[in-house]
Design a protein around this ligand. Sequence first.
Ligand SMILES: [Zn+2]
Length: 524
Amino acid sequence: MKWIFVLLLLPLAGLAQNETCDILIINGKIIDGTGNNWYYGSIAVKNGKIIKIGRDLNLPAQKTIDARGLIVAPGFIDVHTHLEEDEARDPTAQSFIYDGVTTCITGNCGSSNTDIGKYLHWIDSLKLSINVATLIGHNDVRKAVMGRANRDASQDEMQQMKNMVDKAMKDGAVGLSTGLIYIPGTYTRTPEIVSLAKIAAKYSGVYSSHMRDEGDSVTNAIEEALTVGREARIPVEISHFKLSGQQNWGRSKETVPMIEAARKDGIEVTIDQYPYTASSTSISTLIPDEILADGQDSIKARLERPAIKKYAVEYMLGRLKKRKLKHFNYAVVANHAKDTSYNGKSIEQINLMKGRKHTARTEAETVIDLVINGGASAIFHGMSEADVKRIMKYPFNMFASDASIPVLNSGVPHPRGYGTNARVLSKYVREEKILSLEEAIRRMTSLPAQKFQLRNRGLLKEGMAADIVIFDENEVRDVSTFEKPHAYSKGFHYVIVNGALTVDNSTHNGVRAGQALFGPGYSK
Ligand SMILES: [Zn+2]
């Protein structure tokens, strides 16, 4: 009967003596994602998993990668993306893959699909090159129940929203997101968010917040996010943590300690950032919230009324003055569908292109024209490098692109969609030494995996999913710039997703081995 025991023991041992593994990585400097120092070692991959890690593994392999001189790390997890509807456009997700990202968490800033089950199964059938997990977005839930109405929810509407979040969590969402600068998030008061966050908490989800304000009232906005954490007893992720507006520069000295203090108080809060001094969002965020209620027709009708237009112009001029700026040169149009010749131009430039006077007032009118003509995405140059670095040094801060999968050479999008991780590794680790390589990798891997409960990812450890990046620490760099954003990062020689070689010899080979990742509340 001895042979039966041998057969039973074989799978437990992981690998029989001469069994061939799929990929063997040798001679690399392994940084395992814990934050611990690098060490020399080999990694064997089979059937999508890391089956063995050792100093000098000598196994037969279908493919052997000699990683001499290279760093071997877990695939990066981008906790803040907006993939919605762009997945099918480029399922190879090259912008992410070339930046070392193997998993994206989408559905942020209150914006997601409302049928999470359908979405995740669609992701699985589509087959992307990256893994995808999603949050359920509050703005879309609220819109489904009560449109873009500027009021509190009735009891019945509240119940409908709760039911939607409940179903989303059971269908596999990893938590709830809000976007409180967007319509209808701006019309939502804290108790509504607490009620919905309680539902997400019931299924061990997280609460990700695009806060109500990232400028003058940022401390109130942080307080609100922490209140949701405290009252709903839910882990909080504050998205793209920043200080917007010249008048607020330096206030990370206030805001980062608020996060530390909240953690001391027992609130499970972490933050993320993109490593740039410009933000990117809709140009309509310049317009007062109340004008943006209901549909595009209502917005247009309001802005065409002289009194309301005048009010909007004065409001924008007031905000510009607060920034101590004379022109809207800090706002650059990324994509205006109606006239793409504006793409890449500042509001100040577009105003001049229209043959108007060189004044802030006519520039504000130009913003209104853009909104009336369907709106535009825009880049706002409004942060300080010192704040970016101070936030970066906070140990429970992660990195996130806040991006979708861009269409190559379309529009002039924010470079963060191409270069976030490579930029951290080159500019902030190698050149400016703001943080160590091991620490940066921990923030890109095990920290987000722990926060979003992706339990078999984020570490190089036997039994974990084989999401692995192999890069040259001296060569890695972001190439994408504000002027010429459409350029992939360099330095990633190999990227493995679920055990499948996706970048081989620095080239994406078209392999699409990503999976939908289901949250902790998922019930089949
Ligand atoms: Zn956001």
